[in-house]
Ligand binder design. Structure first.
Ligand code: HEC
Ligand code: HEC
Length: 344
């Protein structure tokens, strides 16, 4: 019981403590897989001079937020947007001196999916798998020097597809990533048109990935609201109180993460809790503390207000602790119930 209380106090004290910087957050959350210096391990290398300048902050932030469901890279749903931005800044500190991040247009690539599919089978499947499911295993293989030194990531992955823009995929194919088995396909004899076709094929995986809210594989639950951002925040608070939760605080942020499109503006987070529930869940598994207090984020994207929360069912799968299935199912019902009620 004492352990539970001290954990609970830690969790409650967290928001008051000084915010850890990006380097510290990286050491806590990422170094175990990507290496203290970003040279890779269970995770792919992040510090490569051919990687960092070629991807946007949005790509890095969205990758951290969504993870790669079904692969080893976790979704960091518990980190705030500010924390994610701090980690991104830390990754940027590894950029080669004097280098700049390329600016990519947001223009969609329009290629021939059927041609792209054939080219993919010919040129990419050997490493990325017949359906883009990625190589066997992940990250860097230190122990088997004769295999690929770096395992090809999954491309049909909902987390990857949500984070990567068409132009980012195209740039990766055009330039390759020096220092990895991923070569420039322009140099391998593909034309720019061939590459556009392959990009369109890779993008077509998105439709099959079936990343829908309510699915256990989805790290985030999402629901549209018919109201304005401010009205939705109030409706979420009323609905949470109606379900015996106490509102702890609200926070508004100038949002980095959802700024994949220029139109996006602000996000608002409502934090709430129910001490009985927290106690019960913490007693079962202290890791639950990472996701407390409960929170629902309200965002406006392209004129549409959305409510979002972590998906507790996804967490229960990630934690792999059968005892958590029941509280996670309860929490799932709570989140869905609050969002449904707030959108009535
Ligand atoms: C020889 C093996 C190999 C081949 C062939 C190959 N790739 Fe790769 N690819 C990799 C590896 C390894 C990486 C990871 C590089 C890194 O660590 O940054 C990668 C990275 C990528 C990425 C970036 C993924 C991410 O998570 O950042 C994309 C997109 C990609 N490859 C697409 C393709 C496509 C499309 C083809 C075919 C035209 C192809 N690759 C052919 C090995 C390969
Ligand atoms: C449990 C291991 C693990 C942890 C922890 C982890 N990652 Fe990863 N990460 C991976 C793996 C594995 C991949 C490659 C995905 C694949 O193979 O399909 C990856 C991919 C990535 C990519 C995409 C790289 C590319 O070439 O496009 C980024 C960016 C990334 N991770 C950043 C982070 C950051 C930042 C953290 C900490 C907040 C983190 N990761 C924590 C294992 C991990």
């Amino acid at each position: 019981m004492r352990v539970v209380w001290s954990l609970l106090l830690t969790v409650l004290a967290l928001p008051l403590a000084a915010a850890p910087g990006g380097g510290e957050l990286y050491a806590q959350n990422c170094a175990v897989c990507h290496g203290a210096d970003g040279r890779g391990g269970v995770g792919v290398p992040l510090a490569l001079p051919s990687f960092l300048p070629s991807v946007s902050d949005d790509y890095l932030a969205a990758t951290i937020r969504h993870g790669r469901p079904g692969r080893v890279m976790p979704a960091f749903t518990q980190l705030s947007n500010a924390e994610i931005q701090a980690i991104v800044a830390h990754l940027r500190s590894w950029m080669p001196p004097g280098s700049k991040v390329v600016t990519l247009s947001s223009q969609a690539v329009k290629g021939d999916v059927v041609r792209g599919k054939a080219l993919f089978a010919e040129r990419c499947a050997v490493c990325h798998g017949a359906n883009g499911e990625g190589g066997h295993g992940t990250g860097v293989t230190f122990s088997r020097p004769r295999d690929l030194p770096i395992i090809a990531p999954a491309l049909n992955n909902p987390g990857f597809l949500a984070a990567a823009s068409d132009q980012m995929i195209k740039t990766t194919l055009m330039n390759g990533r020096d220092g990895t088995p991923m070569v420039s396909f322009l140099q391998q004899g593909l034309s720019e048109r061939d590459i556009d076709d392959v990009v369109s094929y890779v993008r077509s995986f998105a439709a099959e990935a079936g990343w829908k809210p309510g699915n256990d594989d989805t790290p985030m639950l999402e629901m549209d609201s018919p109201y304005t951002l401010a009205e939705t925040v109030e409706a979420v608070k009323r609905a949470a109180v109606g379900k015996n939760f106490r509102i702890i605080r609200e926070q508004s942020l100038e949002n980095g993460l959802f700024a994949a499109t220029q139109e996006s503006k602000t996000a608002h987070i409502v934090y709430f809790c129910n001490f009985n529930f927290i106690n019960q869940a913490l007693a079962l598994d202290p890791r639950v503390g990472l996701f407390m207090p409960c929170r629902i984020t309200v965002v406006e994207r392209e004129g549409q207000v959305k409510m979002m929360s972590i998906n507790p069912k996804y967490l229960s799968r990630l934690f792999n602790n059968a005892e958590l299935d029941k509280p996670c199912e309860e929490m799932y019902q709570v989140y869905m119930g609050i969002m449904e009620e707030a959108s009535l």
